[in-house]
Design a binder for this molecule. Structure first.
Ligand code: F6R
Length: 242
């Protein structure tokens, strides 16, 4: 694992965006694995700025997102499709037909997951997978459990994740209880992994990710076995790493 210490959120966002930008520059038709949540917003802003400056071209880029809430349509402002459109896709020259997010409106979980696995296989692999980190160590919506799920699957969100995500909804009852997420094996098959973390509330999960035993109780700890992982985290998030 390569660990890059950033001063603060803005510094983390800049440094991580530079890594992502270098992948796009070296391979303009690359496939990006993308994440939602608060952490990557600054990174996406930097990518948009690089596009506006003429330094990045997304016209041939493909993307595959990690996850989507089950039951939300892409027009719902809490859906991850909506998030991606409003935080990145609408502001760069990516062809939306080349962007993929699990279909939250497919009520049949098996169908939704199989369809997404087919999309991932057809893409022929993810060149760089961007990850945020849950306070409980989750990546995508792979929550702590007794095994590492392989491919796309439907998960019941844990109380900790519902609590962390309720800030985006009017009331806690509105937070969907299930989501479709890419599996751990798919994440591990990405050529490169870029994990971003900011703030003291990630410090415990990040220390366990980097130094703890590899266990499905801390899903991100599996990244210790990936050959090309870069973690860009700020001082607060790294504060418990020895
Ligand atoms: C988002 C995702 C989640 C988040 C994680 C951290 O697509 O898969 O694993 O990355 O919950 O979220 P933030 O960045 O909001 O703290």
């Amino acid at each position: 694992m390569r660990i890059i210490k950033a001063k603060d959120y803005d510094d983390m966002s800049r440094k991580a965006a530079n890594i992502m930008a270098s992948v796009i520059t070296l391979d303009p038709s690359c496939t990006l694995g993308l994440a939602t949540g608060s952490t990557p917003i600054g990174l996406y802003k930097n990518l948009i700025a690089a596009y506006e400056n003429g330094n990045l071209d997304f016209s041939k880029v493909h993307s595959i997102n990690l996850d989507e809430y089950k039951g939300l349509s892409g027009d719902n402002d809490q859906s991850y499709r909506y998030f991606m459109n409003h935080n990145l896709f609408d502001y760069v020259n990516i062809d939306k037909a080349n962007t993929n997010v699990p279909n939250g409106l497919e009520p049949d979980s098996d169908k939704a997951c199989e369809a997404y696995n087919e999309i991932i296989h057809a893409a022929g692999g993810i060149d760089i997978q961007l990850l945020g980190l849950g306070r409980n160590g989750h990546i995508g919506f792979n929550e702590p459990c007794d095994h590492f799920p392989k491919e796309t699957h439907c998960v019941d969100l844990t109380a900790s994740t519902i609590d962390a995500n309720k800030r985006f909804f009017e009331k806690e009852e509105d937070v969907p209880r299930q989501a479709y997420t890419m599996g751990i094996q798919t994440i591990m098959q990405a050529k490169k992994v870029l994990l971003v973390a900011s703030g003291a509330d990630k410090a415990d999960a990040l220390a366990k990710t980097i130094e703890g035993p590899v266990t499905p109780e801390v899903p991100a700890s599996i990244l210790q076995f990936h050959p090309d992982v870069t973690i860009v985290a700020d001082e607060a998030a790294l504060s418990l790493v020895k």
